[in-house]
Ligand binder design. Sequence first.
Ligand code: FPP
Length: 240
Amino acid sequence: MERNYKIPVHVSIIMDGNGRWAKERGRERFCGHAEGVESVRACTEEAVRKGVRYLSLFAFSEENWNRPRDEVSSLMELMVKAMVNELPTFLSNGIRFVVLGNRERLDGRLNSEIDECMRRTAACVNMTLVVFLSYSGRWDILQAAKRLALEAAADPSMVPKVKDMTIEDFSGYMSTAGIPDPDLIIRTSGELRISNYLLWQCAYSEMYFTDTLWPDFREGEFDAALAEYAKRDRRYGKVK
Ligand code: FPP
């Protein structure tokens, strides 16, 4: 199949505004997160239809652990439920499911559901859906640097390799190794910042901000972001 180069290979989304969506309706914050799962489904299906190869979602940041305990546990419960419910859709749409982040902080049940979902979808090839859980950009850079330092300390013959290390080599130590950097990063809800998301990987990403709150961000909104991306002129610092 001939590839349409105006379709981004990797779309990444900072899903924001669930709490405000619920508040506007006089409902609990949890209702906003639950409705947000419907947007996850709508965008995932639309991304597959449009030929996006990687869709990644910032679902829970390292900083989100500081939210009230009830909200954290209901979000975790929602993730487990969503994974169990969505597995048949992943399989029928050929979606490989991957979770990245500091998984040591996730509870045992969530981790075993994640492992099961990753194992069952490992051979799917239409699209990879990456969910960032307990993730932050600084955490990712730090874990990469620590791993590299420990490897070099254990094997001094690595020192020349470290000295000659390229950007691409270091990318291999990031949690996202093997996943192309995002072409397009979408943030919903009107906030105009990166919030410690893919700091290393966003170097040349096109940014798309919308006031739409995440629970209202469905196929039409996703298509509008792709249409805007198609108009962008990517120069990577060069002159064209
Ligand atoms: C940000 O809105 C959203 C989150 C912290 C959670 C996003 C998680 C989901 C939509 C759950 C499902 C995810 C998957 C992958 C199944 P906010 O709470 O910060 O909203 P606010 O800024 O309006 O308070």
